[in-house]
Design a protein around this ligand. Structure first.
Ligand SMILES: NC(=O)c1ccc[n+]([C@@H]2O[C@H](COP(=O)([O-])OP(=O)(O)OC[C@H]3O[C@@H](n4cnc5c(N)ncnc54)[C@H](OP(=O)(O)O)[C@@H]3O)[C@@H](O)[C@H]2O)c1
Length: 360
């Protein structure tokens, strides 16, 4: 695999790299990110290897992440057009302003104008709804986004961290109204967080949405710096945010470290390769606070897991899913004995249940 093995994102013609550069760590506003110089070096290294997809958000380091990206591309307009820049709206950068963030029409238009100013560009390639707001009518959000697509300021629309039922409703409304479709989802997905396999990933597969997986190293738990036998301080800026791995996490972490030793690669590279090889995942968001982390992570491109190694990781990290996932998996097996078959398969089982991966 390479960063220029581009793949289409969902039911769209937009081509993105199999690893998208996450830039939540760009900027120093929160006191834990990379300096502008180091961020730009990481950006250059990513682009130099053929990477074309960059992810940011208005809220990342309070706008500093977007500004670093904008400054990088400012003198290079031709290069800006060659890349896919995604940013997000929702996070409120204005204390005491109830309309400073969120998904209302007023808030979206203002947030986009501010993001375009920081990014020093005329348009955003993917504009992501960052979180779920049950209070705003989804038609208002979708219509505002569609207007921005018509105005040429946004190319594509994505949803992040929104429940499956609300996303499916929104996608259906957009389709029936002829509004800009939701072409992709962002969701947390890693060896330590697989519950999206219950609803979100099957929905994305069924409705033609690409998936960009965030948190693939579970904020560093899967990077190799943790193991059940390691003692002493860990080189991490995230512990205040996410704490330390649990006993159950260490079972998965130790198994990952063992597979990585067998493969001869870093646990980070193996964890990223595992995510990118999972059903339904289009592009994995690679996060790095430092250049050495970025270099270790792009080694994922060189990792090919055997079926046995992948099977071992699948099994040790198997999630407990919400109803009706297990119920339907059991029924799918029973349906083999009920009713008609087509080409030897039960005729009423959906393509998703027929997948070789039994979880779907
Ligand atoms: N849509 C959403 O809601 C959402 C949410 C979160 C993130 N995202 C996107 O997804 C991207 C990736 O998410 P993430 O940052 O949570 O991913 P992650 O890969 O799970 O965590 C990245 C962190 O892991 C550590 N790390 C990374 N590579 C390492 C290595 N080789 N060796 C040791 N430690 C390593 C670093 O932590 P230390 O700083 O502690 O060293 C780094 O900041 C973000 O940049 C952002 O673009 C989206």
């Amino acid at each position: 695999m390479s960063l220029d093995s581009y793949v289409t994102l969902g039911r769209s013609g937009l081509r993105v790299s199999p690893f998208t550069l996450g830039t939540m760590t760009f900027g120093e506003d929160h006191g834990w990110g990379s300096s502008p110089d180091e961020s730009k070096s990481i950006l250059a290294a990513y682009l130099g290897r053929g990477g074309n997809s960059i992810d940011t958000a208005n809220i990342y380091t309070n706008g500093h992440s977007e500004k670093i990206i904008g400054d990088y591309f400012a003198g290079q307009h031709a290069l800006r057009d060659r890349v896919v820049i995604g940013t997000k709206f929702f996070g409120n950068l204005y204390a005491n302003d109830p309309n400073g963030g969120g998904p209302s029409r007023k808030a979206i238009v203002q947030q986009l104008e501010n993001s375009l100013r920081r990014l020093r560009t005329d348009y955003v390639d993917i504009y992501w709804l960052h979180n779920f707001d049950p209070a705003t009518p989804v038609e208002e959000t979708l219509r505002a986004l569609d207007d921005l697509v018509s105005a040429g300021k946004v190319r594509y629309v994505g949803f992040s961290d929104v429940p499956a039922w609300a996303t499916a409703e929104a996608a259906t409304i957009a389709r029936l109204r002829g509004w800009a479709p939701i072409i992709a989802l962002q969701l947390e997905y890693s060896l330590l967080e697989r519950t999206s396999e219950g609803e979100l990933i099957p929905m994305a597969q069924a409705m033609g949405m690409g998936v960009m997986a965030w948190g693939p190293l579970r904020s560093g738990f899967l990077s190799g710096k943790y193991s059940s036998t390691t003692t002493g301080p860990v080189d991490s800026t995230r512990t205040q945010l996410v704490g330390a791995p649990s006993e159950a996490d260490y079972v998965v972490i130790d198994a990952l470290n063992a597979v990585a030793r067998e493969v001869g690669a870093s646990p980070a590279a193996v964890a990223l390769a595992w995510v990118q090889g999972r059903p339904g995942i289009t592009s994995t968001l690679v996060g790095a606070r430092r250049m050495d982390q970025f270099k270790a992570n792009v080694h994922a491109l060189d990792v090919t897991l055997t079926d046995t190694q992948r099977g071992a990781l699948d099994e040790v990290s198997a999630p407990t899913l919400n109803f009706p996932a297990d119920n339907n998996r059991t029924l799918a097996a029973m349906l083999q004995f009920a009713g008609a078959t087509v080409d030897g398969r039960p005729s009423i089982v959906s393509p998703l249940l027929r997948s070789s991966d039994a979880r779907y």
